[in-house]
Design a protein around this ligand. Sequence first.
Ligand code: PLP
Length: 401
Amino acid sequence: MKNNETLSKGSRRTFLQLSAAATAAMAFRISTEASLAAEERNVFHPGAVVIDANENPLGPCDAARKAIVDMAPQGGRYSYWLKEEFVKTFTEMEGIKPEYLHVYPGSSEPLHFSVLSFTSPAKSYVTADPGYEAGMKAAKISGARIVKTPLTKTYAHDIKAMLAAAPDAGLFYVCTPNNPTGTMTPHPDIEQLLAAKPKSSVVLVDEAYIHFSDGVSALDLVKADQDVIVLRTFSKIYGMAGIRCGMAIGRPDLLAKLENFSGWSAMPITAMAAATASLKHEHLVPERKQLNAAIRQKTFDWLASHGYSYVPSQSNCFMLDAKRPAKEVIDAMAKRNVYIGRPWPVWPTHVRITVGTQPEMDAFHEAFQAVMKNSTTTGFVPALNRRRSHPDGQYWPEISS
Ligand code: PLP
């Protein structure tokens, strides 16, 4: 007997209501770096070196910590004006009109909402491969065709290929520095994309890691009222991934579309206080940028001197080519209590490494060397050579739906 046949009319209605609720809940499931990293994570053992989720081991700066503690007693109130103070601080610093900035608990939400707003079964989602996966998960929910294009020889987004592959584009996602490679897409390329894109499409520039790099922000394109939304987060250089603050910056008519999914909600007041204090801290970004670059360079020097290859990065993460199946290396490292990042299917022998503190990277060197000593190399083919060459030296885009 089929289960459904045993349902009474009333219980069937309840069942249908519950399934509709479950579908709606699924439709709004937001993928984050935390959830993507957690898919690979096990329970950490004491003393674990955790360099798998592009977190910042330094946490919030001292001024932000003090702001959180000072704010805690007021935690019983919504205190929405703290959000206004944050908006005022950021927009004055950047020379942007306040209505061009919307604040969220992290940038995962506006990333997700942008994809849902501007893609559909008729309007494709265009991204780089390897690229940050969260947008693709959102595009699946909106039923959009997902167009993945390989990075260029310099590991930038291949703007020409992105344009050529998707005349039906609804949203172009450009993550610069890119997650997972930490490589930049130059500002003129983004300008070129905006100039040549289909009329009704939007360019989403994810600047989660911009502060670690020497890259030029796309905020000037927002100020010029172009069809562009810039995402920023306090989860990376500001060390506030667990506190939650991010933003979408764009023309008010574009941001209004995102609000259809989120509505108005109060931000945690501790996040607002900590983010405002962090923005006002003059030395935080240059000091942390320099520290990250120094530790990253030392790691690259160590890798090069031991004959390992990696993709040079301008961020707090990079791709390391283990020249053997990535999963094998990740598991072997975890056995040594060092947790490294996930692989991307298009580069099956690369693992993503987050730049941690110097002692964490020292522990990583030791564990990696031990793991690689036991390695069996698998007739490796470099990522760039694996791509199908285009006659003029570019690469054919890889398209999936
Ligand atoms: N965009 C990119 C490229 C990321 O890597 C992340 C997190 O790692 C985010 C957005 C979102 O971060 P959050 O929601 O913590 O602000």
